[in-house]
Ligand binder design. Structure first.
Ligand SMILES: [Zn+2]
Length: 258
């Protein structure tokens, strides 16, 4: 990416200390996509870039190119999101969003719909939105934005509507299939049978993918159904997005379980 004197809205996805007072950041910018950059001297207490380069903040940053690395030269925090850095569950969830995006987004490719989705997820995480519902919504909608929109409204093979009974995850068909189709279709995937989903969990996932967020956050979901939906999401994410997504989820599970 040519980063000579460019200004854009950015989400600070990840960061690590570098040298004595610098930070290396992974930012996701609205117009230039995801990239690495260096924020010099921001660990000094009087750095004027401190607020705008904090983890998870939504900032307007200016970059110049320094020998192939983007250097942050100016910054303004639009939403500092301090709430996300002071609570262990919120830190874990926001870190997961950052790590997942860093793992699956290609370098320097603008993806404005995903930028908007990630910004909304981090803003909602600052509120009292329920983390399980929020992260599940984020995962399903991220998959859809990346071209893997799943359907939980009918069997992906025969089209039968999902009423009672159990259904099998079928990421290769983009959703779930019924027991009858499961028997008819050849070959179980490597690693054994995928997890099953009850009709109720299918309805939940369908809602999380499609409903307005206000409606989503009014849902009451039993612990058993959470676990069912969560196991299904882990399976889909690993199937479509591979090791980086699985690793991000493993790291999340150390600090947060639905
Ligand atoms: Zn079927």
């Amino acid at each position: 990416m040519d980063t000579r004197a460019k200004t854009d809205e950015c989400l600070i996805l990840r960061g690590r200390d570098y040298k004595e007072t610098d930070r290396l950041l992974i930012v996701f910018s609205r117009r230039y996509g995801k990239f690495s950059c260096l924020a010099r001297g921001v660990r000094r207490s009087n750095s004027r870039l401190k607020a705008s380069t904090q983890l998870f903040s939504y900032s307007r940053l200016t970059f110049t190119d320094s020998k192939g690395l983007a250097l942050v030269t100016q910054g303004e925090a639009i939403e500092p999101r301090a709430e996300l850095r002071g609570d262990l569950t919120k830190i874990a969830c926001a870190s997961y969003i950052g790590e997942l995006l860093d793992g699956v987004l290609p370098e320097g490719k603008p993806q404005e719909n995903i930028f908007v989705l990630a910004g909304a997820a981090l803003t909602l995480l600052c509120s009292d939105a329920e983390p399980f519902l929020l992260l599940s919504c984020f995962e399903l909608r991220l998959l859809a934005a990346l071209g893997y929109r799943l359907s939980f409204d009918s069997c992906a093979a025969c089209g039968r509507s999902l009423q009672g009974g159990e259904f099998y995850l079928s990421p290769e068909r983009g959703g779930v299939i019924c027991a009858g189709c499961r028997e008819r279709l050849p070959g179980a995937p490597a690693g054994g049978l995928p997890p099953t989903l009850s009709a109720g969990a299918c309805r939940l996932l369908s809602g999380l993918l499609q409903w307005e967020l206000r409606r989503v956050f009014n849902l009451k979901v039993s612990p058993a159904m959470r676990q069912e939906a969560d196991a299904a999401l882990a399976y889909y994410l690993e199937y479509y997005l591979g090791r980086p997504a699985a690793k991000a989820r493993e790291n999340l599970s150390v600090y947060y379980r639905p």
